[in-house]
Ligand binder design. Structure first.
Ligand code: KIV
Ligand code: ZN
Length: 388
């Protein structure tokens, strides 16, 4: 089986719909171009029927992005699909992504239709989207809570109707990895035409399992992951792009799968999205949080100074961060202080390490983190004392 996992980014659709204030068209284009540079395979640019502004943004992105497929979202209704087709037709390569809910909860309470009617609507929608493009994705909304028999039936019908990608969303982030992996496994065993389409997954993070569920899915044969930068999206967000990309890169020898992501663009893209979306990244966020490559314990600091991989499973440079940071606190050892003084341009003869270290500990006990300017001040005051 092919080992390439496609990355479908929905920062501008699922991510954007969860923001308190919408992005401007210029900001959306800026993010789309950053995603293209990052090596995203498919960029979901928006939901064209939702507003004239969204239509125009999708169109502008479709015009400017050349190296990624540009996708637009539509419900399984004609007006949505036509709006997608219209907005996207200026693109070099585009995809129409249409969806309908398949779980009993949604079919009965939201759509108020029979299961047969919902299959018919999906088949019709896919057929209509195929009039515009041969790249059509169909999503079974709330697949995570859909009965497996009905899910198999829907996936088979969608592929027969011409869907080239079939997406299995865990819309409400309810499943756990063994269960979600099992759903994908079942689809591969039970749907006769499954090899005619790419199976995709779209996991939400309500239980903090979006990344783990996506990983379980690709281990069972899915070959597209839908995700967002910094994991932004509805409620607790979506699967985080930087996390899945770095899992597959760092553990490639074990998992045996790869993406086309240019990992050195990750940090830059994360910062851009955080700033434009006004969504700060938590300090301890994997891969892109400000603490992701910073070491505080003296034992760890000593370890990374001797060999970086003692406490780093990937290098900061591999995600586009200049270097790791060693936080100077009362847990830091003499070795780290000496190293930092060297980095600041001091020779060992410029200061007395024993004195500096004991002054440093006294200060660290009072103020917590000690900064470079504190160290330089300690050296300066000690030199002054000796000159008097
Ligand atoms: O979470 C979801 O089910 C979605 C679909 C529209 C793919 O965002
Ligand atoms: Zn979603």
């Amino acid at each position: 089986m092919n080992d390439r996992v496609l990355i479908f980014d929905t920062t501008l659709r699922d991510g954007e719909q969860a923001l308190p204030a919408s992005l401007t068209m210029k900001e959306k284009v800026q993010i789309a171009l950053a995603l293209e540079r990052l090596g995203v395979d498919i960029i979901e640019a928006g939901f064209p029927v939702s507003s004239p502004g969204d239509f125009q943004s999708v169109q502008a992105i479709a015009r400017q992005v050349k190296n990624s497929v540009v996708a637009g979202l539509s419900r399984a209704v004609d007006a949505d699909i036509d709006a997608c087709g219209e907005a996207l037709k200026v693109a070099e390569r585009f995809r129409i992504h249409t969806f309908i809910a398949t779980s009993a909860i949604h079919v009965d309470s939201k759509l108020r239709k029979s299961q047969d009617e919902v299959v018919d609507m999906a088949v019709r929608a896919i057929g209509r989207a195929r009039r515009y493009t041969d790249d059509v994705e169909f999503s079974c909304e709330d697949a995570g809570r859909t009965h497996i028999d009905y899910l198999c039936r829907m996936v088979e019908a969608a592929i027969n109707a011409g869907a080239t990608t079939v997406n299995i969303p865990d819309t409400v982030g309810y499943t756990i990895p063994s269960e979600f992996g099992g759903i994908i496994h079942n689809l591969f065993n039970r749907v006769p035409n499954i090899d005619k389409a790419v199976i995709s997954v779209h996991c939400h993070n309500d239980l903090g399992l979006a990344v783990a569920n996506s990983l379980a899915a690709v281990e069972h044969g899915a070959r597209q992951i839908e995700c967002t930068i910094n994991g932004i999206g509805e409620r607790a967000g979506n699967c985080s792009l930087e996390e899945v990309a770095m899992i597959l890169k760092t553990r490639e020898a074990l998992v045996g799968l790869r993406t086309g992501i240019n990992s050195q663009e990750i940090y830059r893209t994360s910062k851009l999205v955080s700033q434009l979306c006004n969504m700060p990244v938590q300090a301890n966020k994997a891969i892109v949080g400000s603490n992701a490559f910073s070491h505080s314990s003296g034992i760890h600091q000593d370890g990374v100074l001797k060999a970086q991989n003692t406490y780093e499973i990937m290098t900061p440079e591999s995600v586009g961060i200049n270097k790791n940071t060693l936080n100077l606190t009362s847990r830091s050892g003499r070795h780290v202080i000496k190293h930092r003084m060297q980095e600041l341009g001091y020779q060992e003869s410029d200061y007395d390490l024993d004195t500096l270290y004991s002054n440093f500990l006294a200060l660290a006990d009072k103020k917590g983190q000690v900064y470079d300017y504190d160290l330089e001040a300690l050296v300066f005051f000690d030199q002054q004392k000796h000159q008097q």
